[in-house]
Design a protein around this ligand. Sequence first.
Ligand SMILES: Cc1ncc(COP(=O)(O)O)c(C=O)c1O
Length: 385
Amino acid sequence: MSAGADDRGFETRAIHAGQDPDPVTGAVVPPISLSTTFAQQGVGRHHGWEYSRSANPTRAALEACVASLEGARHGLAFASGLAAEDAVLRQLRPGAGIALGGDAYGGTFRLIDKVYGASGHPWAAVDLTDPAGLERDWPEGTALVWAETPTNPAMAVVDIAAVAEVAHRHGALLVVDNTFATPYLQQPLALGADTVVHSSTKYLGGHSDVVGGFVAVDDDDLAAGLGFTQNAVGAVPSPIDCYLVQRGLKTLAVRMDRHCDNARAVAEMLSEHPAVERVLWPGLPGHPGHDVAKRQMRDFGGMVSFVVRGGEDAAVAVCERTEIFTLAESLGAVESLIEHPARMTHASAAGSPLAADPGLVRVSVGIETTADLVADLRQALDTAA
Ligand SMILES: Cc1ncc(COP(=O)(O)O)c(C=O)c1O
């Protein structure tokens, strides 16, 4: 779905873009359009809708809204974040190479290594926190650079503008996975990226009740290729799932403000706790990506990782001792979650250059009462030490 220019503020667009009241009934919340098919007035004469895999009004509303929030001309919704990533990777020509940042979601690594690598797309792990090094050691044949920022789970920060410049000099495209930052905190297309992907399962949905993915692009040809894939492969979200993400978007800005505030309080406590060796949150002045994050993000996000003294056993013990932070995969919702990346979300990257540090714990800081979250993590660290 293509979006027109809209210069209203972020919060206004999150609530109104693509969501005009229903023209038939005036319903302020546009109805969920469950119909799989649409009546035609004559063969090939219709209201713009034919069959819901190809296009659906509820999906189109979501696509217009997220495209607007990313400042993109085109947006496409998918059935999961990995389905969205797959659609982006399907645009590669046969044999084209991929440069993947040295830290990324384990499922992204699995898709690039086990699916695309295995079907003839060479890939290399590159340090995207060092654009000069990328320029120097550019992997021959790379057509696509794949960056997360901040990364999952090590919270590294990639200078999007600098990496886009290097990629473009080599005739390659830059994809940014904006799942951790969300368009509220960071808009990669405005910084020079070509494609934005999301797991909308996370902050966009925001309530741990919907799996979804999204791709946003400016380029018309890229959008046409992605649109073809969306219809031809068919990994589309249901209208109810689209509605749930849409509903989540309305509070994205206020949720993100609280996620960021709570993450700051958690990161500051962790920084002073004797059982913690290192805290990875870009809002801390000592974080190696702090200056870049300050430049390209509105705030530093709700994800915090930390290395526990005592290695893997100590990290696992902390994960099992929290009471408000639920031990679970996923992230980005109102409730706080804790996990052990090496054994959980990133187990598929074991033994690879993207393997997670076994002493690392990742928390998705929710929007519960700040003091409760800080106290919960503190007691888990006190008793695990
Ligand atoms: C940064 C990031 N990108 C993509 C994905 C994949 O999204 P999904 O689980 O919706 O397929 C995840 C999932 O955790 C993720 O954390």
